[in-house]
Design a protein around this ligand. Structure first.
Ligand SMILES: [Mg+2]
Length: 290
């Protein structure tokens, strides 16, 4: 810990507050972010496909940083971490994890509801600190090549569909320089029930691009059965990627439309986005195209 940080902590100033005091815009609400001119003004091409990525287990592993941050914040706000050391977080929204753990620890929902804003404020500060010292976090194969390519494709609206609260998603992706590649997102902070996040993403895409996206014009990419279920809720193409905790066999049992070992395998069907079918104006990425 740097001397200045130690001094700040002695005064009760936590790192994120210090950043804000220095004028940092990190973690400010999404509405404050400078977006490009909206497509509704005719200044940018209107994409005809919406690709929504999960984060943890799909794009990256944040190592042990999120769990350590979660455990400390639970102890700080509830006096116990419950079963946070061993609980399987994968596929769950952040608020869902808090509710499940603290209900099991004996807390009533109204207590959890009253505490959850303070919990997440503390969690975010801990997450930022833990990401800075984490040594095991990494991007999965193919991510560095794939995301910039999709973000640069004017036919693609690139978004997030993740159980992370928005500010947590931002911290994790910004750590790897990926946050700015995404035009929109649906987050655990929008709804703690993951199945409801697909419609949120479709609504955000319409607001962002001035065009209503049908479910079958969307792709949901994730590493858990919960991601496949999210795709099914909105009628999207489900792309499962076996880089997270669930095994390939577990994912296979959910019958995704596409099952990849990693996103490095995406180019095998990326051609259907940019190849002759796309050039001929036909919808190139329905299920049969995969
Ligand atoms: Mg995941």
């Amino acid at each position: 810990m740097r001397t200045s940080e130690r001094e700040d902590r002695a005064k009760g100033i936590r790192p994120m507050r210090r950043l804000r005091a220095q004028g940092s815009t990190r973690n400010f609400p999404v509405a404050c972010r400078p977006f490009a001119a909206p497509a509704t003004l005719g200044l940018v091409p209107v994409p005809d496909r919406l690709i929504l990525f999960d984060i943890d287990g799909t794009l990256l592993s944040a190592g042990g940083a999120p769990r350590r941050a979660f455990r400390r914040a639970l102890v700080e706000h509830f006096g116990t971490e419950g079963a946070a050391a061993s609980d399987d977080f994968s596929g769950k929204t952040d608020p869902q994890i808090v509710y499940e753990l603290m209900r099991a620890a004996g807390f009533a929902d109204d207590h959890i509801e009253r505490s959850i804003a303070g919990f997440f404020a503390y969690y975010l500060e801990e997450l930022e600190r833990e990401l800075a010292v984490e040594t095991r976090h990494r991007l999965y194969p193919g991510v560095v090549e794939l995301l910039p390519a999709l973000a640069a494709d004017p036919r693609v609206a690139l978004g997030l569909l993740t159980g992370n609260i928005e500010a947590g998603a931002r911290l994790k992706l910004a750590h790897f320089g990926l946050w700015e590649l995404f035009s929109l997102g649906a987050y655990g902070s929008d709804d703690r029930t993951r199945d409801r996040l697909g419609p949120v993403a479709l609504a955000r895409a319409e607001a962002r691009f001035g065009r209503r996206f049908r479910g079958d014009e969307a792709v949901v990419v994730g590493d858990t059965p919960a991601d496949v279920r999210c795709a099914r809720v909105i009628g999207a193409v489900a792309v499962a990627v076996a880089t997270g905790r669930p095994t390939r066999e577990t994912l296979e049992a959910t019958s995704p439309d596409v099952l990849l070992d990693s996103l490095a395998d995406w180019p095998a069907f990326h051609d259907s986005l940019t190849g002759p079918a796309a050039a001929a104006g036909r919808r190139p990425w329905n299920r049969s195209a995969f």
